[in-house]
Ligand binder design. Structure first.
Ligand SMILES: Nc1ncnc2c1ncn2[C@@H]1O[C@H](COP(=O)(O)OP(=O)(O)OP(=O)(O)O)[C@@H](O)[C@H]1O
Ligand SMILES: [Mg+2]
Length: 212
């Protein structure tokens, strides 16, 4: 098992969700559905080491991540975890390629040029990130995460800005990475068709995460 959430609850001014339990295994993709505001992004931040929940535990490779010393947690983020945020953060003054290069250097990995072709961004990669279309920026964000070759990918609506065909090709790249390289993925999406390609589908509703 790669990741396990045990009894995870979180509240801001009010209870967001409680007693979430789930497990992610190798080669597995898990989709998380739920209406806007139900807490999907918050759950992704908790699972991916960016936010400690009010109670409960996240174990990755058998270790409770929020109990790790900060250097070990940093290394886990740097080498093992890949987060595709809902609001993609690119360095706007840099080109697409420079953005991707910085991610690969940080994780000490090389860039596979075929990946850029598969994502359909090889022709635009030398433009400044600020000049790329929303969907191109989104695909650069996907590339930034994939070049790290992370063990677990957390993708928060990675195809939200994309047309149907481009979305499908980006998802195919993500799914085949997970299957062929023995990795795992959590995917937040509003698209039930995309979710149906995952191995498990969960719905976050009325503060509860339930498997569909
Ligand atoms: N840091 C925070 N402090 C206070 N409230 C927050 C914080 N982050 C999120 N929330 C609140 O928690 C709720 C869930 O937010 P979240 O972003 O997790 O929803 P979501 O399911 O991802 O929605 P969407 O589909 O619109 O992206 C919202 O009501 C939001 O205002
Ligand atoms: Mg969200």
């Amino acid at each position: 098992m790669m990741l396990e959430a045990i009894g995870v609850s979180h509240n801001f001014d009010y209870d967001l969700f409680s007693d979430i339990n789930l497990q992610l295994n190798k080669k597995e993709s898990i989709a998380i559905l739920g209406v806007s505001g139900s807490g999907k992004s918050t759950l992704m931040h908790i699972l991916s080491s960016f936010m400690k929940p009010n109670s409960g535990k996240i174990n990755i490779n058998g270790e409770s991540i929020y109990d790790l010393p900060s250097k070990k947690l940093e290394d886990l983020r740097r080498y093992n975890l890949g987060m595709i945020f809902q609001q993609h953060y690119l360095f706007r003054g840099f080109t697409g390629m420079e953005n991707i290069l910085s991610a690969s250097l940080m994780a000490e990995q090389s860039i596979d040029n075929q990946l850029l072709e598969k994502l359909g961004i090889d022709q635009v990669i030398n433009q400044s990130a600020a000049d790329l279309s929303g969907g191109q920026q989104q695909r650069v964000s996907v590339a930034r995460v994939l070049v790290k070759k992370p063990q677990i990918i957390f993708a928060d609506e990675p195809t939200g800005n994309l047309d149907k065909d481009t979305a499908k090709s980006v998802m195919d790249v993500l799914y085949s990475y997970v299957k062929e390289e023995d990795r795992g993925m959590f995917l937040v999406t509003h698209d039930e068709k995309i979710a149906s390609s995952c191995d498990k589908i969960y719905l976050l509703e009325n503060k509860i995460l339930k498997e569909l």
